[in-house]
Design a protein around this ligand. Structure first.
Ligand code: T5A
Ligand code: NA
Length: 213
């Protein structure tokens, strides 16, 4: 259960999260949504996790590039810490009416770590208290099709067998509030669908939907 942390009627920005397997097209769509909202005159920023610019983010980046080894639990907590170090900035942006389009969030943390076999509830615990998204857009693609896109690089999780397990974890996490988008459609089709859903959410938050955590 999420807890409301502001009064109704405070106008604010929306917290919009894109999730999915590696290569599902999140980054492509985040930048298109950013341009679209900017053109309409909205205050909006595009964020991503991991945020590789912080000290914690650099440790994560080196781990993903296979340049360092870390215990599965330790890297899980670093991914979570990387969100916690941005939490207060996130809240102040939303309260100052800036919408955030976020490429991966807590669900990635839980989906990828639990796909390694870590206990699901243990994985969820450090995410408690982070801000709850107003909208989760899941870009749905099979691991096989995702693998065909431009080919996987050298990053640690970019392997078909592992991505199959991640897809299974996402199915466990997904609830009826998520919007499932067919990510195998052409870029413009996906974009069109996302814009519509996103605009609705932005307006609801503008009208003062309570912020929750
Ligand atoms: N991770 C992350 C955790 O384990 N725990 C956590 O808490 C978090 C936050 C880094 C890794 O870290 C893991 C998950 C990841 O494995 P990342 O840096 O965000 O995550 O890397 P990815 O999400 O894998 O980024 P990718 O660039 O691989 O995927 P995107 O952003 O989903 O896809 P995008 O837009 O770059 O597109 C990929 C390719 O497909 C084409 C694009 O042109 C591009 O070539 N494409 C399409 N082709 C056909 N049709 C479409 N509709 C297309 N859309 C895009
Ligand atoms: Na990406």
């Amino acid at each position: 259960m999420h807890m409301e942390i502001n009064k109704e009627s405070d106008s604010r920005g929306a917290l919009i999260v894109l999730e999915g397997l590696d290569r599902c097209g999140k980054t492509t769509q985040c930048s298109r949504l950013l341009s679209h909202l900017e053109e309409l005159g909205h205050s909006v920023e595009s964020w991503r996790f991991p945020d590789r610019n912080t000290g914690v983010g650099q440790m994560i980046s080196s781990y993903l590039a296979n340049k360092s080894h870390l215990d599965d639990h330790a890297i899980h907590l670093l991914f979570s810490a990387n969100r916690w170090e941005k939490r207060s900035l996130m809240e102040s942006k939303l309260r100052s009416k800036t919408t955030l389009i976020v490429d991966r969030y807590s669900f990635s943390g839980v989906a990828f770590s639990s796909a390694k076999g870590l206990d699901l509830e243990w994985c969820k615990a450090p995410e408690k208290g982070l801000l709850a998204p107003d909208l989760v857009l899941y870009l749905d693609i099979s691991p096989e099709k995702a693998a065909e896109r431009g080919g996987y690089g050298d990053e640690r999780y970019e392997q078909l067998e592992f991505q199959k397990k991640v897809a299974q974890s996402y199915r466990t996490l997904c609830d009826s509030t998520w919007k499932i988008i067919d990510a195998t459609r052409p870029v413009e089709d996906v974009e069109k669908q996302l814009k519509q859903i996103v605009m609705e959410c932005v307006l609801t938050c503008q009208k003062g939907k309570p912020l929750s955590q």
